[in-house]
Design a protein around this ligand. Structure first.
Ligand code: NAD
Ligand code: IPM
Ligand code: MN
Length: 348
């Protein structure tokens, strides 16, 4: 009986996860998967009520689930965003979910902002390093609030961290029969950390002579993603660049409401699945949030749980909704998030 920790979080996180869970519950019942959902209240409401984001024991407790399903974290009432960092980045760091796997896949060409692109032109995955880089909080502030103040945010790149994400990208390409791995950094300007990325990339690439490799500085990567996205199979990059380029990738595939992700550690078997988008306070509470990113993330979770055919089936159902204009407003449709999920379930 697979146990799934459901953390709706904040804002539209609640709305999209409710729909994602309905879809999962439908498949569970239909196929006898016996999925067991346990709701965990980590988010802004609890933080504001109790001062707690997530305790060390609760974080440890997450290790016991077969998968974690997350909505989004971030609430305008918590200006410092401290609870979101402690819960979201806390999970990524403390559970050592070093792979942030973010597929960019065009399901319906009409939603692509680039002209003359077909689904076969846009199907790559981003391997975003998820446990270090500029996200660790290493640094500090000095003479805060004075004219002489200084703020330092240090980028941390460990040999282990860089190597394992690059290895994961190559292993994925090989296992899926893909041809190309592109690494992106900014080693022309950042000569310590990103020189390490360069060296490790060359070293690991030498073990995969059958794969084509490419390197782009991240500024040119964004240009190439727009100009010629066909060239990419797998992109591997650091934490911050991966964050930025996957919002660009989301738009290329039809919008942030369609972008799914998995935060994975294949060695420990711990994994967390979430849409790429955030809590969208600007539309929260209206029932209009697009649930498809959360639903596709649920599909990734089903694959992780050993049901890859269900991920494909779910993707086909989502594609059908897009093809038949059964979509939310930001995609030009009229449906609520719940109605989009109804359409997915009907198709299943
Ligand atoms: P956002 O992704 O929440 O929203 C950006 C824009 O996209 C908004 O206009 C929003 O309405 C729209 N949008 C996002 N998801 C949508 C959906 N499913 N359907 C329709 N429209 C959608 O980014 P933001 O506004 O920068 O962030 C809001 C909060 O979310 C912040 O606190 C941020 O830190 C947080 N955030 C959390 C995560 C996460 O938990 N993984 C990810 C990104 C942002
Ligand atoms: C994401 C988000 C987070 C990130 C924020 C909320 C810290 O943008 O998951 O893409 O930058 O990783
Ligand atoms: Mn992001």
């Amino acid at each position: 009986m697979p146990r799934i920790a459901v953390i709706p979080g904040d804002g539209i996180g609640h709305e999209v996860l409710e729909q994602g869970q309905r879809v999962l519950a439908h498949l569970s019942q239909r196929d006898g998967l016996d999925l067991n959902f346990e709701h965990l209240p980590y988010g802004a409401d609890r933080y504001l009520e109790t001062g707690l984001s997530i305790t060390p024991e609760e974080m440890q407790g997450l290790r016991d689930y077969d998968a974690i399903y997350l909505g989004a974290l971030g609430d305008p009432r918590v200006k410092s965003n401290v609870h979101a960092r402690e819960i979201l980045l806390g999970m990524r760091f403390e559970l050592d979910l070093y792979i942030n796997l973010r597929p960019v896949k065009l399901l319906d060409a009409r939603y692509c902002p680039l002209k003359d692109k077909e689904p076969e032109d846009l199907r790559f995955v981003v391997f975003r390093e998820n446990t270090e880089g500029l996200y660790t909080g290493i640094g500090g502030q000095f003479k805060k609030g004075t004219p002489d103040e200084i703020a330092i945010e240090a980028e941390m790149n460990s040999r282990k961290g860089v190597e394992r994400i690059i290895r994961a990208a190559f292993a994925h390409a090989k296992a899926r029969g893909l041809k190309r791995v592109c690494m992106s950094d900014k080693s022309n300007a950042m000569r310590h950390g990103h020189e390490l990325w360069q060296r490790v990339f060359r070293q690991v690439a030498a073990e995969y002579p059958e794969l084509e490799t490419k390197h782009y500085y991240v500024d040119v990567l964004t240009m190439q993603m727009v100009r010629n996205p066909e060239q990419f199979d797998v992109i591997v990059t650091n934490n911050l660049f991966g964050d930025i380029v996957t919002d660009l990738g989301a738009e290329l595939q039809g919008g942030i409401g369609l972008a799914a992700s998995g935060n994975l550690n294949p060695e420990s078997g711990i994994a967390m699945f979430e849409p790429v988008h955030g809590s969208a306070p600007d539309i929260a509470g209206q029932g209009i949030a697009n649930p498809l990113a959360a639903i596709l993330s649920a599909g990734m979770m089903l694959s992780w749980l050993g049901h890859p055919a269900l991920e494909q089936e779910l993707e086909a159902a989502v594609k059908h909704c897009l093809n038949t204009d059964q979509v939310t407003r930001e995609l030009g449709g009229e449906l609520s998030g719940a109605q989009v999920a109804d359409a997915v379930i009907a198709q299943l």
